[in-house]
Write a protein that binds this ligand. Structure first.
Ligand SMILES: Nc1ncnc2c1ncn2[C@@H]1O[C@H](COP(=O)(O)OP(=O)(O)O)[C@@H](O)[C@H]1O
Ligand SMILES: [Mg+2]
Length: 288
């Protein structure tokens, strides 16, 4: 399918804009956005976005700097509201639900969130406090199961033994992994990772890709949405992709049709040579 056909299928899926109380999300949808736009002052950050993430899918969101990726996933994380259109997360419509009830079901890791975390907290406290919906040490005693879960998550994300280290003493890569462990603490149904590979060295990136590949293979894992602007960071078993440019969808759908030489070149406004190897890993270079 060409990118123009993908765009037209997205347009067909559009529905009229109704009030949040009258919006019926698609059954079993993890994210359902219908004709969403988001305006900040004079800037149209998102323009007529319709997007549907179903249980069992694993999504990549890609696009150049400033394309609107973080704006889009902040909506999906119930951290903001659209200016027009409707957003339903896990069947709950934004504007018709108390977002504080919804947020524990959504794991989020982003640079913005990291900046809000106290640097002198221990990693164990940072991870375990997510279970209580707070940041920073909250009370002297936690439930033993919560502490055990925090340590298990730190081990799963490759930073076992870091529990007593302070957040600010971690390397960028270790910090990103601690944030993912934190995002997983509430056992969410949706896991949103905004550029988790940013600032990582090669070994850190490859460890992350391997962990995300394992997560994507786990049927009990939350539905992941991974934001990146590097094709090398895409784990091989992610199933779907959306490409954004200037707040608009360039392509969205199954990864093999949504993420091609044509669509990537269009999104990044650069003629690209894109390859995918036998293991399913991507590379992209400018055509010379
Ligand atoms: N609060 C805001 N007011 C005005 N413009 C904003 C605001 N937040 C983000 N933007 C702009 O919206 C665009 C998209 O930002 P963002 O979603 O962070 O992009 P990305 O994550 O793809 O790099 C950028 O041009 C950014 O400068
Ligand atoms: Mg961003």
């Amino acid at each position: 399918m060409s990118s123009s056909e993908l765009i037209s299928s997205a347009i067909i899926a559009q529905r009229p804009i109704v009030s949040p109380h009258d919006f019926n999300p698609i059954e079993d949808s993890v994210v359902h956005m219908s004709r969403v736009s988001l305006r900040r002052g004079q800037n149209l950050l998102l323009d007529d976005i319709s997007w549907h993430v179903q249980e069992g899918e694993r999504w990549i969101v890609m696009g150049p700097n400033g394309a609107g990726k973080s704006t889009l996933i902040n909506l999906a994380a119930a951290r903001s509201h659209p200016t027009t259109g409707n957003v339903a997360i896990l069947g709950e419509v934004l504007g018709a639900v108390d977002v504080f009830d919804l947020r524990p079901a959504i794991g989020l890791s982003s640079t913005l969130l990291a900046e809000q975390l106290p640097g002198n907290e221990t990693i164990r406290d940072l991870v375990v406090t997510a279970a209580y919906g707070v940041t920073g040490r909250w009370r002297e005693e936690y439930e033993p199961e919560d502490l055990q879960r925090a340590d298990q998550l730190l081990a799963r994300w490759g930073i076992a033994g870091y529990s007593d280290r302070r957040f600010r003493t971690l390397s960028e890569g270790e910090r990103k992994r601690a944030l993912i462990a934190r995002a997983m603490m509430t056992d969410p149904e949706l896991l949103i990772l905004d550029e988790p590979g940013a600032g990582m060295d090669l070994a850190g990136r490859e460890t992350l890709v391997r962990s995300l590949k394992q997560l994507a293979a786990d049927t009990y894992a939350p539905t992941p949405i991974l934001v990146t602007h590097h094709v090398e960071e895409i784990p091989p078993n992610f199933t779907h992709a959306m490409l954004l440019r200037e707040g608009r969808i360039v392509s969205a759908g199954p990864i093999d049709t949504a993420l091609t030489e044509e669509t990537l070149s269009e999104a990044f406004r650069l003629p690209l040579k894109v390859t995918r190897n036998a293991e399913g890993r991507f590379t992209a270079f400018a055509r010379t």
